[in-house]
Each structure stands twice: as structure tokens, then as C-alpha cells.
Design a protein around this ligand. Structure first.
Ligand code: FE2
Ligand code: FE2
Length: 203
């Protein structure tokens, strides 16, 4: 696979697309790029001697939300990816890429997935936490004309339950470790946000 060529293809399809009312145009391109980086770092930590599917993991990550906007987006995305990538990948690689895209949301549903699927499933979750989570929250409020206090309220009332639910979907203990570090940062940030949004001072 010619990765740079395929990255260009991903940008062509996703780089400017507005896939979600409350997210910036191109979100699914940049999200896909980050998911690819995260998935490979997880692979190196969890399966250090199994690099054979790295390119498959990367390309599937780049395109995993290709179907966003038409639900179920993982199924629609798998169909689209098969067409778009057919001329760029070997048949075996393409099958695995389509498998990853088609099951990236089907976490912990009784089926056992190969590692190359589980790594992307976890990376997808991890990219929604930490500073990216804060970015998405602020952007959501910007697009929906919310105030700073709406973010404060979200972190006080909804964030914990959401984080807890999603944490349980992670496949590997290494992913949970990364998640927990991101989660600690967001909670600390949220505490300060609450204080400063009401005019409080830290010292
Ligand atoms: Fe998705
Ligand atoms: Fe995603």
C-alpha cells in the first residue's frame, strides 16, 4: 500500500467534510489521523512483536468514520471504503480494512474480534478523551451558542457517567491506563473551569 497516496485520498474524501452539526469541517479526517497514531502506539505497547497489520490498522483508522452521517455509519462506511480503496490495496488487506471499519463500534458484544480490530476500537474511544474531549465540548457549545457555564454544567453533571460507561468498553488494560490519565486531566481542568467561570481565583 502506498500510504501517502492513501492519506491524500482520505483528505480528498474527509478533509473538508462537515459530518456533524456541532463539530468542525474535517473533524473525521483529523480524528481518523489521530486514531491511526493512537492505534499504532497501543499496538507497540500491547503486541510489540506483531507489526504485520500496521498498515491495515493505519488505513482503516483513517477511514473508519467515512460513513458518518448515514447510520449505521460503520456498515455504510465499510461498503464505501471497499469501493474507494479497491484500487489502492491488496485483496487481503482490503478485507481486513473493511472488517475493522465495519466493526469499529461493535465493542464487547459477545463476539471476539482480532487484535487489529480491537486496537482501532480502543484508539477511537481514546481520541474522544483528554484535550480532544475538551475541544469537542467547547466546540459543541460554540456551535449551539452555549455559554461557559454550559460547559461547567456538563462536567459537573454528565461527564462522569459518560466517562464511566465508555471506559467499560475498552479492550485492553493498557488502553484503560491511557484513558485514566486523560480522565484525570479533564477532571482537574473541569475543577478549575468551574472556579474561573464564576470569577474565582486559584491563588
Ligand atoms: Fe465511528
Ligand atoms: Fe470515530
Amino acid at each position: 500500500m502506498n500510504l501517502e497516496q492513501i492519506r491524500g485520498l482520505a483528505f480528498k474524501h474527509l478533509g473538508k467534510r462537515k459530518s456533524h452539526l456541532y463539530r468542525e469541517p474535517g473533524f473525521i479526517y483529523y480524528h481518523g489521523q489521530r486514531v491511526g497514531e493512537i492505534a499504532l502506539q497501543l499496538r507497540k505497547r500491547i503486541l510489540p512483536h506483531q507489526p504485520e497489520f500496521d498498515d491495515v490498522i493505519l488505513v482503516a483508522s483513517w477511514f473508519h468514520d467515512l460513513g458518518k452521517g448515514i447510520e449505521p455509519h460503520w456498515e455504510y462506511g465499510a461498503l464505501l471504503a471497499r469501493e474507494i480503496l479497491a484500487a489502492y490495496c491488496e485483496a487481503d488487506d482490503l478485507e481486513r480494512i473493511v472488517e475493522i471499519i465495519g466493526s469499529h463500534t461493535l465493542r464487547k458484544q459477545g463476539e471476539s474480534y482480532p487484535d487489529y480490530v480491537k486496537l482501532v476500537q480502543d484508539a477511537d474511544i481514546l481520541d474522544h478523551f483528554g484535550t480532544v474531549e475538551i475541544w469537542m465540548n467547547f466546540l459543541h457549545n460554540a456551535y449551539s451558542k452555549g455559554t461557559m457555564l454550559d460547559s461547567v454544567r456538563f462536567y459537573q453533571e454528565e461527564y462522569s457517567h459518560h466517562a464511566q460507561t465508555v471506559r467499560e468498553l475498552l479492550n485492553y488494560s493498557e488502553s484503560i491506563e491511557v484513558f485514566d490519565e486523560k480522565d484525570r486531566f479533564v477532571r482537574e481542568f473541569a475543577e478549575r473551569l468551574k472556579i474561573e467561570a464564576e470569577g474565582g481565583l486559584m491563588v
